[in-house]
Design a protein around this ligand. Structure first.
Ligand code: CP3
Length: 341
């Protein structure tokens, strides 16, 4: 086995690296021919639950593009099933929940994960991955707010009216839900670390739906507790990512997360400066720009790289997950561009 590539972990800890590490959120997925071939035989849930298939799918983008980090193949919804949430994936739409949360008793009925038996398939896959990879593998969970958004809305939502009605009108139940999710997702992350994850990422994809005032009142205390709880139990780097978060980045930093993911609408260099370079940052090329002609992608990627100040702790990534139908050739060329930096 070749020597371990720890460029990603070093950047998370704000140590000097020869070049920025590069990986892409949702890097294993439908844009890949190899993934689509596996999907002909297995459902997304099968891929998550059969450790051998999960391992194979996680390795696909590493072998194809030479990323500096892997991310275990799963989905943010997977740990909700053993807590009592029933769902399915609707192609092109996302997760649809059969029994959405609508009352305090629904929140009370959620069961705690039993990590002696639940979610062992992810643990097994992470063990396999540790044995076969020469780059670190991230574990991940959805953040309490983003999970609650699916659980309350019953699926993807634009307005989040049901979620906000619940948050403002059933505030005690809301806080209980946030607390239960923060606790269970933290424990699940710790299982992933014990099983081989070298870093963890918390995806708060829809948190940008909240004003800063509401974030501070309804969400921040739970994120702070979650991150601090993890930091008391493990020293693996913690990455916190969300979209439309320009107004929330100072609060993200106050959670204690080591790395802050910057969405593609935000100027990364300015955001980093505003955080006084006291955290590492990850991002943030617009995933849609990968559909542009190569010359445009190249110009945008170089402009991003040139904007990065001479500070340790930068991780190249997209500013949200890679999209289906993204040309694989462009991903390949982009990774090469960063590698030759
Ligand atoms: O990065 C990786 O390679 C790991 C895989 C991963 C998946 N989901 C696999 C998946 C990760 C990190 C996630 C996280 C996730 N899931 C998030 C947070 C990240 C983000 O992009 O904001 C969210 C919001 C979800 C919920 C979810 N699950 C959505 C919106 C979808 C897509 C629905 C669609 O059909 O467009 C899913 C399903 C899903 N999860 C797919 C993949 C590859 C597509 C399913 C397929 O293969 O048909």
């Amino acid at each position: 086995m070749s020597t371990f590539n720890d460029r990603f972990l070093k950047a998370c800890r704000r140590e000097e690296t020869d070049r920025p590490p590069v990986w892409m959120m949702r890097q294993a997925g439908r844009y890949q021919k190899g993934y689509r071939a596996i999907r002909e035989k297995y459902s997304i849930v099968d891929i998550c639950k059969i450790p051998e298939v999960c391992t194979e799918v996680t390795l696909l983008p590493i072998e194809q593009f030479g990323f500096d980090a892997a991310i275990v193949f799963s989905d943010i919804m997977i740990p909700l099933e053993p807590m009592g949430i029933s769902f399915e994936y609707k192609p092109g739409v996302g997760p649809i929940i059969h029994n959405p949360i609508r009352s305090k008793s629904d929140v009370e009925a959620l069961t705690d994960l039993d990590l002696g038996s639940d979610l062992q398939y992810t643990a097994t896959a992470l063990g396999n991955l540790k044995a076969s990879l020469n780059v670190p593998c991230l574990g991940f969970v959805g953040a309490p707010f983003t999970l609650a958004s699916y659980m309350i809305e019953g699926g993807p939502s634009k307005s989040h009216i049901l979620l906000k009605s619940f948050m403002y009108g059933e505030t005690e139940a809301w806080h209980l839900l946030m607390k239960k999710l923060a606790h269970n997702m933290a424990e699940y992350l710790l299982l992933q670390v014990e099983s081989g994850a070298a870093a963890v990422q918390i995806f708060d994809s829809w948190i940008g739906m909240l004003s800063q005032e509401d974030y501070q009142e309804y969400v921040f205390p739970h994120m702070f507790d979650m991150v601090q709880y993890l930091k008391g139990k493990t020293n693996v780097p913690i990455v916190l990512f969300g979209t439309n978060t320009a107004h929330l980045l100072q609060d993200f930093k106050r959670t204690g997360a080591d790395v802050i993911g910057i969405d593609w609408k935000t100027d990364l260099a300015k955001a980093w400066e505003a955080m006084d370079y006291e955290v590492a940052v990850q991002g943030n090329l617009d995933p849609t720009s990968l559909f542009a002609p190569w010359e445009v992608i190249e110009r945008k990627a170089k402009r991003l790289l040139d904007s990065i100040p001479n500070q340790a702790g930068y991780i190249f990534n997209l500013g949200h997950g890679i999209l289906p139908k993204t040309p694989e050739e462009h991903v390949k060329q982009l990774v090469k561009l960063v590698q030759e930096e």
